[in-house]
Design a protein around this ligand. Structure first.
Ligand SMILES: [Zn+2]
Length: 293
């Protein structure tokens, strides 16, 4: 039995942190229940009242699991966990059953068919990587499925925050329509061996990016996010202004980029160098900074 399944753990359900908001503005104010962390109907996106977050449906919405229910099978020893929200510098914490948090954001079809398909397709690969099974390649189809799942985690997790929506509608609709990230999104995988590998996390932020020669954008034009599941880290960066750009810092040989798919050859797991606790903290700290390349 792997220690991943035997250690009492902490679940950080979702931390959505804004680079441009002052500290202390990260907490949602509604009274929450474990089964309904945030009701986006109380914190609507403009023009989005009673509208599915992933398609054009308007009407009755359903409760989407922030973490897929299958994680209860993947992590059977995780029963009661600590859930943390908001600004990591002064987080709001409470105890909850693992992987039971929901947000009422999508229609029945997106919840139970489209996102369900993305989750089910990725799960065998996630299990393989989360348990740090070292030998193996990631076939192209597996890369697409894992990349889609990483974006799915950020897109759903962002609704645990009252206002911040780093993954915009057109990227969300593209996800469910194509079961793949938007073509202006980049997804990389890391192997993580820090002490907190048994603490699943998802964090995401909106960002501004500009390439040399571009003028500073007047609005948020990108997002970054990071998901940790066991020994697997999925890092996502997307540009939302129509420009194709890859902007995750990439020291050579340190991790595996799976999206856009590099068709020159399947990717090998684990990456040559793994992420330490220091490396993890640095990547998370990077989320707080806007990037100019
Ligand atoms: Zn829908």
């Amino acid at each position: 039995m792997t220690p991943l399944l035997g250690i009492e753990s902490v679940l950080l359900a979702a931390l959505i942190v804004a680079a441009f908001d002052p500290p202390g503005h990260f907490f949602f104010e509604v009274r929450f229940r474990v089964s309904q962390l945030v009701d986006p109907a109380l914190h609507r996106e403009r023009g989005e009242s009673q509208r599915c977050a992933f398609c054009n449906y308007r009407g009755k919405l359903t409760s989407e699991h922030i973490w897929p229910e299958r994680f209860q099978t993947l992590f059977p020893e995780l029963k009661m966990v600590k859930v943390q929200h908001g600004d990591p510098r002064s987080p709001l914490e409470f105890d909850a059953m693992a992987f039971t948090g929901k947000v009422r954001i999508d229609c029945d079809r997106c919840n139970n068919i489209k996102l369900e398909t993305i989750e089910r397709a990725a799960m065998p690969h996630i299990k393989f990587l989360a348990l740090a099974i070292h030998a193996g390649v990631l076939p192209f189809d597996a890369q697409r499925k894992l990349a889609a799942f990483g974006v799915r985690m950020l897109a759903v997790g962002q609704y645990t925050h009252t206002q911040l929506r780093p993954i915009p509608r057109h990227h969300r609709e593209h996800l469910v329509l194509n079961r793949s990230p938007h073509q202006h999104t980049e997804v990389s995988l890391w192997a993580y061996y820090g002490p907190n590998f048994q603490a699943p996390q998802v964090r995401g932020i909106p960002q501004k990016v500009m390439l040399p020669g571009e003028r500073s954008p007047d609005w948020i034009n990108a997002y970054r996010g990071i998901v940790r599941i066991g020994h697997l880290v999925i890092e996502v960066a997307g540009r939302t202004d129509g420009r194709p750009v890859v902007f995750l810092p990439k020291p050579p040989g340190t991790f595996v980029r799976i999206w856009p798919i590099d068709l020159r050859g399947p990717q090998v797991w684990a990456p040559n160098k793994s992420m330490t606790e220091v490396g993890w903290e640095q990547r998370v700290a990077d989320l707080d900074r806007a990037i100019t390349l």
